[in-house]
Design a protein. Sequence first.
Lengths: 477, 426
Amino acid sequence: MTPGVDASLLEGLRAITGDAGLISDPTRLLSYECDGLALLQQRPACVVLPRTTDECARAVALLHRAGVPIVGRGAGTGLSGGATPVAGGAIVGLARMRDIVALDVENRTARVQAGLVNVDLSFAAEQHGLFYAPDPSSQHACTIGGNIGENSGGPHCFKYGSTNRHVLGLVIVRHDGSVLDLSRAHLDPLGYDLVGLFVGSEGMFGIATEIVVQLMPIQPVVETVLAIFKDLDGACDSVSDVIAAGHEPVALEILDRLTIEAVEASVFAAGYPRDAEAVLLIECEGSEAEVAASLDEILAVVRRRGAIDVRRARNASERKKLWAGRKGAFGAMGRIAPDLYVADVVVPRTKLRELVLGSTRIAHEHGLKLSNVFHAGDGNLHPNISYDRRDPAEVKRVLAAGDEIMELVVKAGGSLTGEHGVGLEKQAAMTQVFDESSLRAMCSVRDAWDPERRMNPGKLIPVHACREMRGALRPKA
Amino acid sequence: MSTAQLESALAQVVGREHVLAQRTRFDAPEAPLACPGSVEQVSELLKLATRDGLRVVPIGLGSKLGWCGAPERVDFLLSTRRLVGAVSHEPADGTIAVRAGETMAALGERVARGGHRLTPDVAHPSRCTVGGVVAAGQSGIDRLRFGPVRHHVLGVQAVLGDGTITRSGGRLVKNVTGFDLHRLYTGSHGTLCVLTEVALRLFPAPDRDAWVAAAPRDLAHGLDLARAARALPLRAVSITLTSIDPPTGGSAWALFARLFGKSAAIEAELAALRAAWRGAAVLEGDEARRHADELRDATSFDDGSHASLAIGCEPALLAGVLRDELELLDAATWPRRVAVQPLEARIDVGLSPHATPEQLREFTRRARAAAQRHGGSAHLRNAPLSALDGLDPFADEITGLELMRELKRMLDPGGVFARGRFAGGL
């Protein structure tokens, strides 16, 4: 049990949230041991599930007074261990804060509680001709609050940008339970851009409980095309050429052969040709003329780069099916092996081919099976390694390969993470990207928000103490 | 330290010829201006300031000093104007990293050679540097299409008050590695660091550039036309409603839109907009660009000679704010020098060049109160310092000010970057 978490604290928390808002039973706590990074696990002492900002603030104040570490958690779909409570303590989960507080059609904004599932916002906005642009592959499960923590992306962020571009205001419960209301949207920040700074801070600055986001108008014409390739290089080179030529499709996504096989054998089967080495999913939207002009030129590029066929979705149903394959790809990988390690790195878009090849080579050198499905337009690669966590030797090889892929990417001018955060997994690798001075500046900013460093401790910043924590974690085997 | 001693110490770092005597808008005494030629020299200057307890105001060319208040104290100004040139430019990747002292005009030409167009499209681009624009959080007239400048800063090199050279972000279009300190620095007006390098996302240069001018009957009609454009399938770069460049024929307002992109798309967008804005005139190519640049400069009211107000509010409440601001102008018997970006709910008001400091202060208080009634804010720019007596040029109340002070204390514990200029006295 984490120091400070005793019967009296639990009773105090229960008084705030009610029975439904507190979990302390060890069996039920098992589901909170990790997020999507199942390799590293640590059980929290308790889980608090507030229903409102006020409940959240009072619970955090109580935990603060007891000196208990606090980890905010959306749906736990992150892939970097960001929601894993490495120091024990309490998880403050947002699962019961799912309301759309206001949907302002004229101003094209929405105010939502942080536990709202991402896709539910677009469902609600659709009847008004609007949508919420960030669309992570896990959007049917992940929460807007979790997206704030990680500055999440998604296929359509190629054109519309990641979460940070769409957040206008926040209500934040700070480390001591005080509430900072930055939800009044201004054209530009008054004073320092606290909202912009908070998005992507991985739960280390506080817990966002309410969020004001901008909504986008649904475009009149959407065209989705599947370009089919006999080799992965052609698909990668197509993307580099499309970008170099100045086109602005909404999404450019690549799936390689192994991924295609897994998708087509799963419930997400999208009709991708099983004999293709790669497919490139292209989506353009806008006015009829804009889409027609762009798409013709883009298709000329992909044909030049060796696409053997292009298939246009003829209606919304076919489009949905093509996307279901892409968004269900991670789930479909379960057919290859029991476990999946999803790397999340970003490379310069001129080096896609080189780094996809490099990642594949590294996996093969470690005797691992690697598949690729990625946001090619942003250079955001997801090399996926299928493995079996019951095999400790294989787990070691997976971690080693993951580290080598990160190193390769950073050396080529890339970055550790594009949308899932540094969290626990990439903490040590931060020194490859930032020198000590830069990390110290980040530490200073964190200390301004949370001087006692109890909000999601042991993440992102590679301090000595944090490395020790990682060493103490229990690898699942 | 005497002025002579200070100038000598600065000269030891940057060379005698790069220490200038520059008169600023701050009250006497004049502060020397040091122009370092490298990031290492920036660092040395700040170490010197830390060691000797000096207060520094970082600038590019100083064009945004008028956006801020007076510092409590300043010993020298540090200009990045000698830090020019690209650090890395990858046209095929759509990114550029450039030294902070490059002017926006030079940077615009540089990225154009790679087939791109620079955003933000700011007024008077030869008079401001990219570092200054980012430090001021200055968005361009193209914000409607491309968004505010803070969305396009991919990363920075920043020197902290103690001379520490740091980085945040990177040079990639998508990247969430580490805290986004570059978001914090963008718009912080040099109160947290000196930006020495900036990486920006670039956008493709358009095939076709079109300029559409309409003559609404009156203000309400102008706002209606702008709303009509919002409902059309087009992605305008800018839509501006202004009283300073009215067409002949008696209307007091003119409405302009800029469109650019692929040629076929622009053809369709022009057809849609012409149908909505009956009788609108269209210009293309160089003529379109010239008109767009002229209007951008004229409606910024930011040539430093006169005070102006930059007002923002909720888009749905724009008409109410605008009505109130015009009534205030009329009551003061000041000319209506107003430019509105209706789809972003942004109003720029050029204030009377003949107004006294007291009149400017009083007008700002009333205009700000009117904006606040509609959820908005009002930033007074380029007013004489005497107009700022008891008036924060940015806002009356800043939410999260204590946290902002703590951020400043943590990043600049020596208080090297002069206080008192930014919102809330930061």
